[in-house]
Ligand binder design. Sequence first.
Ligand SMILES: [Zn+2]
Ligand SMILES: [Zn+2]
Length: 465
Amino acid sequence: MAIKPSPIPNESGIGYALRYAQRNGIQYLSSLYKAQEIEWLCKGINSKKIDTGRLLEIEATESLSATFNPLFKVNRLLTARVCLDCITNNQLIAKEVQNPFVTTCSVHKAHFVEWCRCCNKHLEWDISLLDARCTNINCGALLAPHLNAGYPGDLTEQQVSDCLLANYYYSIAPGNLHCVGSKWPKLELPTQAVTNGFRLLTSKEAANDWLLKLAKEFPGAWPSTFRSIINTTLANLIGDWKNKALFEKQLFRPSPPCLSNTLKVSVEQATKLLVTNRDGLQRLQEAELVSRTHSRLHLDSIIDISLVLVLLETQKTKQRCQKSLMELREIMDFYALNLVDILIAIKSGVLTTNYKPGSHITDSIFVTEQELKTFGLRKFQEFRPQYVSFNKASKLTKVSVSSLRLLRKLGRLRPPSVAIHGGHDLCNFEDVIALRNSVESDQLDLFASRVPKPKRSHLVDKVGG
Ligand SMILES: [Zn+2]
Ligand SMILES: [Zn+2]
């Protein structure tokens, strides 16, 4: 090509390519570049592979914003849009046009235009944009400015990001609420998405309508944390907004209860809801209590945890003196039991419980103290790690961590015999069991007579007790 125009300061790569093509007499971008090359230009990648005048002088950065938004991996919008004033003044399509969290031109304060009011089609990255015309070849009308977006033009990047998140959660299907992050934001109508999100975050009426809809969509028989996962997840992700407090609350329970019956969540959400870690989820998967997607769970796995709830709903024993797992926390700790042990025991019929949806899963499962102890005692036989942390040792012995540290000093609670990372914070399990037995038979003399009492408190302080 003969003409190689100089890049304008802050010009985007795709904007430069459009000018370069136009100056060399090209009418449509597709007659100069393959579709893949146009994609590279939009993404700001592989610039060296595309022969485009002085394109290489434009700094190629993939991400155009440091704002974090879980929906996108790269903050660079691929959707075509322009500032009409920048176009009219000097055919500039600035880099910020591709920043997904910017909605107005920083120079002209005008909203970006992304669709044609004449034919209602979205714009494409094509040369007629430089003449402020629609890119639909059957239309070509002059583009009209976008005067009234449904949000103020001075939103910060973080606020726009929050609006996009709100729009995402607003339109999510209830059984399927993991965040489907895509690498590149491909918002068909960024303005519409920001408008919807802004309305949800600021209009009390819109928020209440949405919460009502959610309340009806989630089964009334689920614990509140499960029912309210969409709105509370959104509340956690956004900054300070008028409606944030509304989203933080748990949904009310409608009657009659209904409807949806799958609950697909991310691994992170599942570990929170089920009070466990990835190993625990793996065990639940092996017990066929969470759906199998892959044989191993990985961080991006999406899993369906509704079978846990289906199982719990079958738990309707009416025994006297049942307490919730939350109230029986100490017994759980003493026998090193966790929720996953309980769920698997329920599934295999070892433990009979009652289920009454409360706010968390642990205050929704009820069992008698005796039955939990019997189960714990048996289960504890299988619990034979080499070492446990001071914290765990404290739960297993009911002896405070500061006293345990004192016992360490006295040589009664040995660290690992071989040097391992973090070993100073671990206790030999045999010693813990010996200690547990002596506590149980009431024979523990924590402070052997050779250590006089006043010194004890001194020692406890010294080790940070
Ligand atoms: Zn402008
Ligand atoms: Zn048009």
